[in-house]
Design a protein around this ligand. Structure first.
Ligand code: SF4
Ligand code: SF4
Length: 356
């Protein structure tokens, strides 16, 4: 193994210490790659050595038993090495071509569908949700599991015009990214304030500073320091809830789901694009979110039938135009699709290229 870079206080550890030995041997020396079949990548290095990577879907948030199962598969076929992608797919590498078929069979038998490569619907990414964040309006990982169950054939086959990246986010502030299809929680009512708790729990200046449209003001309620919300200004973003839990915005009826389409991060073929709202007010209907699945499947089927080869979702819509998109998908176009907030240009990001 080559020498590890020196540790520093920030950033991830040197990845070479965890890599499959064949990847370390050929690091930076790859000559070409292809996909012998859906779910399998073949990388060939300048030395002629080939590495086969088998990609499989998981249930997204994993328990220790699942991780042990995946590790046992890696021990059996891949010299104990596996890796997770940013979308929580799992990838197994082997240099032995004869191991690819039994590896695929073992994964499928254990319930991990093989796919997600090329022009498929890749694994759906989701934001942190209830496990790691304090403001989620839904269980984003649950939406992912329910939708992937519906879209598993599109994951296993490479039948789309181009790759399709779907994202889910459990609030509209949205630590997720741009997606060909994005499924985001949408609060539709301003927060309800529990005034009895505010003075004991909240740092009021922090909450007031957090509001993107300056809708929160200090107030005295029943002689105690509290807050009030100018509901005409409030855009129901949910940003005030983390620093001030008594400003409850999650609501079983009024927290809805919205679907946005046409975003992408890459600069391939065309510049990065923002996704745009196409369906709002869908019920946040756990545990299977059938109304959301219906809209997503309709959009996917229309894109699959009408887009030209290699057009991403946003490129397809730019070619046919938004009126035609709404006609073809049977989605109603309403006044809520028009952003009339005059402060938008000055306050919101105007580029899909974000650098952290
Ligand atoms: S999308 Fe919003 S609620 Fe979900 S993890 Fe990100 S910041 Fe938290
Ligand atoms: S929900 Fe958002 S816009 Fe409304 S008061 Fe809270 S921080 Fe401000």
């Amino acid at each position: 193994m080559s020498e590890l870079r020196r540790p520093n206080e920030t950033g991830v550890p040197d990845s070479k210490q965890f890599m499959h030995p064949a990847l370390v041997r050929n690091y930076g020396k790859w000559a070409w790659h292809d996909r012998p079949q859906a779910g399998v990548l073949r990388h060939v290095s300048e030395s002629g050595e080939a590495v086969y990577t088998v990609k499989a879907g998981t249930q997204r948030q994993m328990d220790v038993f699942t991780i042990r199962t995946l590790c046992d598969i890696a021990d059996k076929f891949c010299e104990g090495h596996l890796r997770f992608t940013t979308r929580s797919s799992v990838e197994f590498m082997t240099t032995d071509e004869t191991q690819v078929k039994p590896l695929i069979e073992t994964l499928e038998k254990a319930g991990f569908p093989v796919g997600g490569t090329g022009n498929s619907v890749g694994f759906i990414s989701h934001t942190q949700g209830w496990l790691h964040c304090d403001i989620p309006g839904t269980d984003a990982s649950g939406v992912v599991k329910a939708l992937m169950d519906e879209l598993v054939d599109e994951f296993k086959n490479e039948d789309m015009p181009n790759r399709v990246k779907i994202t889910t986010s459990c609030c509209q502030i949205n630590c997720g990214g741009q997606g060909d299809i994005a499924i985001n929680v949408q609060h539709t009512k301003p927060p309800v304030i529990n005034h009895a708790l505010v003075s004991g729990v909240c740092e009021r200046p922090a909450v007031i500073a957090r509001c993107p449209v300056a809708a929160i003001r200090p107030a005295l309620v029943d002689g105690k320091p509290s807050l009030e919300v100018d509901e005409k200004k409030c855009v129901c973003c949910g940003a005030c809830y983390p620093p001030c839990p008594p400003m409850q915005i999650n609501d079983p009826v009024n927290s809805k789901i919205a679907i946005w389409v046409g975003g992408k991060h890459s600069s391939t073929r065309s510049k990065p694009m923002f996704h745009k709202l196409v369906a709002a007010g869908l019920p946040n209907n756990a545990p299977r979110w059938p109304e959301v699945a219906e809209v997503v499947k309709k959009i996917l089927a229309t894109y699959k039938a009408d887009a030209r080869p290699w057009e991403r979702m946003g490129e397809w819509i730019e070619r046919i135009g938004w009126p035609r998109f709404f006609e073809m998908t049977d989605l109603p176009f309403t006044k809520y699709h028009v952003d009339t907030w005059r402060g938008g240009r000055a306050n919101l990001n105007a580029s899909a290229h974000l650098h952290f």
